[in-house]
Ligand binder design. Structure first.
Ligand SMILES: Nc1ncnc2c1ncn2[C@@H]1O[C@H](COP(=O)(O)OP(=O)(O)OP(=O)(O)O)[C@@H](O)[C@H]1O
Length: 636
């Protein structure tokens, strides 16, 4: 199913408003066939009559049939709006695309001029132009269109400016695409959703503009019918005959309402697709144990437990299939001890980040996060409210992300960003917060802290920016720091420094650290225990020393065998063949069975339980069998 119909489904306002407007267009198009009378000739013997069998909406002051004039008026209103919106799009869209993409002096000049035009009430501008050009409907609406073009230009330019920074545009430039192709193929689709919404609402304001101009005598000229001049006509006799003002008033009202509702519906449809925001993230809900799934062992692995997760599952809405959910993580249970460093490993897409973010209540909406229980420092988080989750996150959980330069706000200095949490969460005065922020920069070994606090993120290298992120996360003195691939975006020499820093700070503060990584060096160097995830579930957990030297799940063994070593090799690099199945497409049996060199027919059926073992656990039917897991030949 294509994207547009998918986005429109389930939004009743769109078909209702759209259906009405479609009907109006048909009626307007077929006006000569539909209108019961000639709209311009009246019966002077029968002026201002109330509705009757012959004239369903009565007659106006000149005895003309009001219904027929409404029908012809619809034609005028829609055509006039089409002219205004057409002119606006024809001028504003290409200009906005080119100015947004090219920038430079032309952009600056046009933008200043556009701001000038925008600052003036558009009807006054239009009336001034019409005063010079002379009245006439389409001339008037073309002038309105020119004024609207400024709105289109500003919107398209802004959207283009944002879209041209996207990597796919850089990719197209690298691939040698011409400017025209980049504008047409890559930037126009990015601009289209907002433009469609603007166009819809511009239709509504154009209908009002046409009615206003015709009411003032600057648009449609009598005897031609327009809703605006019908109102003007009715107003002259309003005290004696009130009814003729009602039909054109209602026609304008309902049509404008329909366009606005359609615009709102479309905006919601596009916005809904664009969500996935952590701003709307919901705290984990409580679930009952699923009888079809084997019970996870509840014996805590960690001696002094800070975090205990039981039966965590996260699902996302299936793209294009309303009401269907795709599980990304299922029934994950683990503990993190106080002051313990635990690493979470697994291939891309195995559910590591989703699991960690679920702990912090940061899985973007509209995901559904459920767990039988998640306790943090003895407090139950499953079933808690968003406010409690936010308070906990602000005071007890810190997060460091992969790309520090993306995680810092480019618009504010590092000092502003570092002191914000200290002031807001810890209630420090601005001076105390600045002093504490400078101390934190010292602790993460950023020299010349006072000066650095005044600088913006782009003045920091990746490694330095990651130190700032660590300082920000730790300044709230969290009991748990979640580090989601904190060194992946950094070069190798800096990676070591950041890891040393993390270890040092972890030892100094006694916090627990959950570190997500692809790097087994990091696991070996930093962590005490490791959790291995595959296709949304935990497949092995144990002490790092045990797991790295004697993995008990074939997947863990495959991961370890795949690490390139610093020695001369003959033959292909050992690897786990195949790819992680897409979320929810795991099939029956062990989720790893079709990539596993040790799989038996039994592995392809039923559900495989996590077997508790000495100091850990493994989710494999062959746990206990004597397998040559570490033999590199198995993985070639
Ligand atoms: N916001 C989201 N909407 C829909 N699906 C999502 C969303 N975030 C994650 N997923 C899906 O959840 C699954 C697990 O993703 P997750 O990011 O946790 O993997 P990961 O193991 O951390 O991978 P990586 O190492 O690449 O970060 C993936 O299949 C992913 O497509």
């Amino acid at each position: 199913m294509s994207v547009l119909p998918r986005r429109l489904r389930g939004r009743a306002v769109i078909p209702v408003a759209g259906g009405f407007l479609l009907l109006l267009i048909l009626v307007a198009f077929a006006a000569p066939l539909v209108a019961p009378h000639d709209p311009t000739t009246g019966d002077l013997m029968r002026p201002a009559q109330l509705p009757s069998g012959q004239h369903w909406l009565g007659t106006d002051s000149l005895g003309r049939d009001v219904l027929s004039r409404i029908v012809y008026g619809a034609r005028v209103a829609l055509l006039a709006a089409l002219v205004a919106v057409g002119v606006a799009v024809v001028i504003g869209l290409p200009a906005g695309l080119v100015l947004g993409y090219r920038g430079g002096w032309a952009d600056r000049i046009v933008l200043r001029a556009a701001e000038g035009v925008n600052a003036m009430p558009f009807l006054l501008v239009a009336i001034t132009f019409i005063a010079v050009l002379g009245p006439g409907l389409f001339k008037s609406m073309a002038v309105v269109g020119v004024v609207y073009a400024v709105m289109v230009l500003r919107l398209v330019r802004g959207e283009t400016l944002a879209a041209r920074e996207e990597l796919y545009v850089t990719g197209a430039v690298v691939a040698g695409a011409s400017t025209a192709r980049i504008l047409w193929r890559h930037l126009l689709p990015a601009v289209a959703p907002s433009l469609i919404v603007l166009v819809t609402t511009m239709f509504a304001t154009s209908i009002v503009a046409e009615a206003t101009l015709s009411y003032l005598g600057l648009g449609t000229q009598p005897p031609d019918a327009s809703w605006g001049n019908m109102l003007a006509d009715a107003q002259q006799t309003a005290f004696a005959h009130w009814f003729p003002a009602i039909p054109p008033g209602v026609a304008i009202l309902v049509t404008v309402l329909a366009f606005n509702l359609l615009g709102d519906g479309l905006r919601d449809a596009f916005a809904r697709e664009a969500t996935g925001s952590v701003l709307d993230a919901r705290p984990p809900a409580v679930t009952e144990p699923d009888p079809s799934l084997p019970d996870e062992p509840s014996t805590p692995d960690a001696p002094d437990t800070l975090v205990a997760v039981r039966g965590l599952s996260v699902s996302f809405p299936a793209p294009g299939e309303r009401g269907r959910w795709v599980p990304a993580v299922t029934d994950v249970s683990f503990d993190i001890g106080r002051g313990e460093v635990v690493s979470l490993v697994g291939e891309s897409g195995s559910g590591k980040s989703v699991t960690a973010m679920a702990l912090a209540g940061l899985v973007p909406a509209p995901a559904v996060v459920e767990a039988r229980s998640i306790t943090f420092d003895g407090r139950e988080l499953a079933g808690t409210d968003a406010r409690t989750m936010r308070t906990l996150r602000a005071g007890s959980i810190g997060v460091v992300f992969q790309d520090p330069l993306k995680a810092l706000n480019p618009a504010f200095t590092v000092g502003t960003q570092l002191t914000e949490g200290l002031r807001v969460v810890h209630g420090m005065s601005t001076q105390d917060a600045r002093r504490a922020a400078a101390e934190w920069l010292d602790r993460v070994r950023i020299p010349d802290a006072t000066h650095r606090l005044r600088q913006y993120p782009h003045e920091f290298s990746g490694g330095m920016a990651q130190r700032v992120m660590i300082a920000m996360a730790l300044s709230a003195e969290p009991a748990l720091l979640i580090a989601d691939e904190p060194t992946t975006a950094l070069d190798v020499t800096v990676q070591g420094e950041i890891l040393d820093l993390l270890r040092e700070l972890q030892e100094q503060t006694g916090m627990s650290l959950l570190i997500i990584t692809h790097d087994q060096g990091v696991v070996a160097d930093l962590a005490e225990r490791v959790l291995v995830m595959y296709a949304g579930e935990l497949v092995e957990r144990g002490r790092v020393a045990d797991v790295l030297t004697g993995p008990r799940h074939p997947y863990t063994a495959g991961l370890i065998a795949s690490v390139p070593r610093n020695r001369r090799r003959t033959g292909p690099l050992p690897r786990v063949r195949g790819v992680v199945p897409a979320a929810g497409r795991w099939g029956e049996g062990c989720r790893f069975h079709d990539r596993c060199p040790f799989a038996l027919p039994a592995c392809a059926t039923g559900t495989v339980a996590l077997h508790t073992l000495d100091g850990g656990a493994s989710r494999c039917l062959r746990t206990g069998d004597d397998l040559a897991l570490a033999d590199p030949a198995v993985w070639r």
